[in-house]
Write a protein that binds this ligand. Structure first.
Ligand SMILES: N[C@H](CCC[C@H](N)C(=O)O)C(=O)O
Length: 268
């Protein structure tokens, strides 16, 4: 069975987009996702996204990391969905309903309100989530935020000095985080944020939209920046707006790279 797909990215965080709103897809297993996501033997992507019908919103967006695991939220893919859909829409995700629309710079996404309770992150036991009393080598005093998916955020003085490729997986899989965690390391300078992310289930990516949202919220809660705040990742810059009790608004580009088809049986 030939399956059409659209290859897209948000600041270099790249996706295979499958549209199952009009046509059913065969059952997607974790192994099939991982095979499609493989950059050497498959098509290659950080996440695989499936758009499906929804009876709660205009459509549903299902998000699979390149390790095959399904997760609740993906900021950059939300902007890619806005580009693909072509107009404003309410989108059902595992993390709740988000609202996407087209904008000058690409797309604008209302990511809903962040969650801070320790059991909403989730963390394994009660603690202050603005200043967690934990550390991993040189990374200390993080915040934790759930923006539909779980994030831990470290603020450092020298981002380039952090070996995130080594520390990321150690923190991602620490038992403190029962659903694992996306690991954000940020440096604040001149009222803006520089960010690198080790993504749960995907590793180092060129950008992470939910990471930018979680980090901006943590920095705002700590009084390190003011809203709206620019968050620059290796792939480019996002603008995040938030204040206490409000939704997070993320704005930034989304790009269609190419369209193609693949033979399902090659990956199933
Ligand atoms: N790795 C993330 C999902 C993708 C998030 C990232 N690609 C984004 O743009 O938000 C997680 O397991 O929660």
């Amino acid at each position: 069975m030939r399956i059409p797909f659209t290859k897209m990215h948000g600041l270099g965080n790249d996706f295979i987009m499958l549209d199952a709103r009009e046509q059913d897809l065969p059952d997607l297993t974790a192994a099939t996702v991982a095979a499609l996501a493989d950059r050497h033997t498959g098509i290659g992507c950080d996440q695989l996204i499936v758009l499906e019908p929804s009876n709660r919103a205009d459509f549903r967006m299902r998000i699979y990391n390149s390790d095959g695991g399904e997760v609740e939220a993906c900021g950059n893919a939300s902007r890619a969905a806005a580009l693909l859909h072509g107009r404003a829409a309410a989108v059902e995700t595992g993390g709740g309903i988000i609202n996407i629309s087209r904008s000058e710079s690409g797309a604008r996404v209302d990511m809903g309100q962040p969650r801070f309770e320790w059991d909403a992150i989730p963390i394994d036991y009660a603690m202050d989530t603005l200043h967690l009393p934990v550390s991993w080598e040189g990374l200390t005093d993080p915040s934790a935020v759930n923006v539909g998916n779980p994030h831990v955020i470290f603020f450092v003085d020298d981002l380039a000095a952090i070996d995130l490729a080594r520390l990321g997986p150690v923190i991602e899989t620490d038992p403190l985080f029962p659903q694992r965690v996306n690991v954000n390391v940020a440096q604040v300078s001149g009222g803006a944020i520089n960010l690198r992310v080790w993504e749960r289930g995907a590793g180092l990516t060129r950008a992470c939209g939910t990471g930018a949202c979680a980090t901006a919220v943590a920095a705002l809660r700590r009084g390190l920046v003011q809203s709206p705040v620019k968050v620059t990742l290796p792939g480019g810059t996002l603008t995040i707006e938030w204040s206490e009790g409000q939704s997070i608004i993320m704005e930034g580009p989304a790009t269609e790279s190419y369209r193609g088809t693949f033979e399902w049986s090659d990956y199933a």
